[in-house]
Design a protein around this ligand. Structure first.
Ligand SMILES: [Zn+2]
Length: 256
């Protein structure tokens, strides 16, 4: 049986607009409902505190996991601050009645001691390791990638011809024709950010945000990204994939 995890990072890194973030997250939930997708949402702890209603709504059909408390680079924290950050992330979810078992580092930057701190805080798996040669941001860090050992790891995949992360961003930038020509034999872990479903011309974006969204990085965002994502979900279903959450991933190490 082919299994796949759709993973969504909820943060305010690229688009600092809470209204848009919430709106696009709700659109994602509707799309997942339409295609009977169960996914894993990696969410910053402060958002669990501030948007408890939305996070609880997501948890009704999907797995909730932690994406740090803030969206800070964990590698820049001293050991004490790292412990405090991860403890605070877990507590934020516990306060609203959720018990996250999974963790993903902001920017996929893995600090030393991560495994120890995750285990200490009762996390059961991590999903920060990436086989991509570089990510779209913080490129330098990709060359000091750390391998996760000692805790179950569900790595992000790389799209093989170019070693880009296997994500909606990659399909947006390369185009569907190119993607499906080189589509991986197995899609285990596919990454989405809700902001990608946002159109630059939306009324409630600031001038700076609209300007930023006209850079090449934002190519094919908005309705095009929504269509690309829906096409991917249809492709996965046609190929016989079953959508499972990261917590349900049955083997110790996903294929990469
Ligand atoms: Zn993130």
């Amino acid at each position: 049986m082919k299994l796949t995890c759709i993973t969504i990072d909820i943060e305010e890194e690229f688009l600092k607009n809470r209204t848009v973030l919430k709106k696009q997250t709700i659109r994602l939930l509707s799309l997942f409902k339409k295609h009977q997708v169960r996914a894993t949402f990696f969410i910053c702890g402060y958002l669990a505190e501030q948007e408890a209603g939305l996070i609880k709504k997501i948890s009704q059909n999907h797995e909730i996991a932690a994406h740090g408390y803030t969206h800070h680079n964990l590698k820049r924290l001293c050991p004490e601050s790292l412990e405090a950050e991860i403890k605070k992330a877990r507590s934020a979810f516990l306060k609203i009645g959720l018990d996250p078992k999974g963790f993903r580092c902001p920017f996929l930057i893995i600090p030393d001691q991560l495994e120890r701190v995750l285990i200490k805080n009762q996390f059961q798996y991590d999903s920060s390791q990436s086989a991509a040669l570089f990510t779209y941001y913080r490129t330098l860090y990709s060359f000091s990638r750390k391998k996760i050992k000692g805790i179950k790891e569900i790595p992000l995949q790389a799209f093989s011809p170019l070693k880009l992360p296997l994500s909606l961003t990659t399909i947006r930038l390369l185009g569907e024709n190119f993607f499906y020509r080189f589509v991986p034999g197995q899609i285990n872990n596919f990454l989405i950010h809700p902001w990608e479903l946002t159109e630059a011309c939306q009324k409630n974006l600031s001038f700076r945000e609209k300007l930023a969204m006209n850079s090449p990085f934002y190519l094919n965002t908005g309705p095009k990204a929504f269509t690309i994502l829906e096409n991917l979900l249809i492709y996965l279903k046609t190929e016989g994939y079953h959508f499972i959450t990261c917590q349900e991933w049955p083997i110790k190490q996903a294929v990469n």
